[in-house]
Design a binder for this molecule. Structure first.
Ligand SMILES: Cc1ncc(COP(=O)(O)O)c(C=O)c1O
Length: 416
């Protein structure tokens, strides 16, 4: 730990207070340096399971065969693009390859600016979309309002009224009014909106799935302003919601551009921007783009293997069934413990809201921290998210089973 702090510097904080050094992964299991096994209920990058043999084999075989870049024609890369495009509605059919969620959103932003002629961005209040200068400026959760860039405007996430009441706080029209105001605010600061970045499950905002049709009016406002809609699928891609393959389908949004990263290569840096052909043409009138490592043959081979495993092992359906079972079991825990304010989410993306007590509904990030530490000691990995940093974030590999859900709930019960 001392060597890590000295050589990597203070930026690399420990996830937990208790030292935890994972050295091996298999399926939903992670083993630490002392040989202790942990149930991974947190990591979505190993989407089809840690070290899935199909992905390992496909990537290793390709690494031993040929690896270069997208400048050279490659059947494999085209096959992957075709497989991805098959999962998208028309006319979202052109794939551009990058290496991270940040790069995908940065490219999407440039495409949106070039085509819309705008220069302003709309985001939800606690969104996170990446870490570059431009995309990092969209990290409204850590940038105080007074330091926010003039070209950025925030709108609220579709929050619920309160504990036990899933009705959105605002009516759909009141919610759309917030977007109208944000667009007017941008205009007053000299910016016409170029894009609305939407995380379809509002993950960093606290995980919300508003009722069907609720977002329509707000989205219509965005469209009226001339902005393009970018669906940031970094958290919600590849069947995670259980109901749909893509989060934007779950949310009922029709995007112009879709960005994806974390789970695509099961750990390899595979990230993609998918959009309409004419938007790429519009972008290339004034700009150029090339990404040396983006979409190379090795990551394409991994990406194809991930899609194969998802289909053959029925993992979207598994997310739907196991997610519902897990939320059901967690909801029963809520009946018995005042500090669990809500259990929400969709598919295998589940949030457990931790509060001081149900009457006050005061967010309790300090209790949430104690809970994830206690879960670690009981051999279960869970994270934290949400505007109040009080939402336990349960987002396991897609092979998570009912047995695993039972183990997680029993561990949480024991920590509580
Ligand atoms: C919704 C969302 N978008 C974008 C990113 C940035 O992705 P990356 O870390 O691959 O740059 C993240 C990372 O956590 C994310 O959660």
């Amino acid at each position: 730990m001392e060597r890590r702090a000295r050589l990597l510097g203070p930026m690399y904080k420990q996830f937990y207070q208790t030292p935890f050094v994972p050295v091996r992964g298999e399926g939903v299991w992670v083993t630490d340096e002392n040989g202790k096994r942990y149930l991974d209920a947190y990591n979505n990058v190993p989407h089809v399971g840690h070290c899935h043999p199909r992905v390992v084999e496909a990537a290793s075989r390709q690494l031993a065969t040929f690896n270069s870049n997208t400048r050279y024609p490659s059947e494999l890369i085209v096959d992957y693009a075709e497989r991805l495009a098959e999962t998208m509605p028309d006319p979202l059919k052109v794939c551009m390859f990058v290496c991270s969620g940040t790069e995908a959103n940065e490219l999407a932003w440039r495409i949106a600016m070039a085509n819309s002629g705008g220069s302003g961005a709309l985001i939800t209040r606690s969104a996170f979309h990446g870490n570059s200068t431009i995309i990092g400026a969209l990290d409204s959760s850590t940038i105080p309002t007074e330091r926010q860039q003039a070209w950025v405007a925030t709108v609220p996430a579709p929050e619920h009224r309160g504990i036990g009441d899933r009705t959105p706080k605002l009516t759909a029209s009141e919610y759309a009014e917030q977007y109208r105001r944000a667009i007017v605010g941008l205009a007053e600061r000299g910016h016409r909106p170029a894009a609305y970045f939407a995380c379809p499950v509002f993950a960093s905002d606290g995980l919300y799935s508003p009722p069907a049709g609720y977002l329509n009016e707000a989205i219509a406002e965005v469209r009226k302003s001339g902005a393009l809609i970018i669906a940031d699928e970094v958290q919600s891609a590849l069947g995670r919601t259980g109901t749909h393959f893509w989060g934007f389908q779950h949310a009922g949004i029709t995007p112009d551009i879709v960005t994806m990263a974390k789970p695509m290569g099961n750990g390899l840096p595979l990230a993609v921007v998918i959009t309409r052909p004419e938007l790429v043409e519009g972008f290339l009138k004034t700009e150029r783009y090339f990404n040396t490592f983006g979409g190379n043959q090795v990551v394409a081979a991994a990406g194809i293997a991930v899609l194969d495993v998802l289909r053959e092992e029925g993992l979207q359906q598994n997310a739907l069934q196991v997610g519902a079972y897990l939320r059901g079991r967690l909801a029963r825990l809520m009946d018995r413990d005042e500090r669990i304010g809500d259990v929400r989410g969709t598919g295998l993306f589940v949030g457990v809201e931790v509060v001081r007590d149900r009457a006050s509904q005061v967010p309790a990030p300090e209790i949430a921290r104690v809970l994830i530490e206690g879960l670690l000691q009981r051999g279960v990995l869970v994270g934290i998210t949400g505007a109040g940093r009080n939402l336990l974030k349960i987002r396991p590999p897609m092979i998570f089973s009912q047995d695993h859900a039972d183990q997680l709930v029993e561990a949480l019960e024991s920590v509580l």
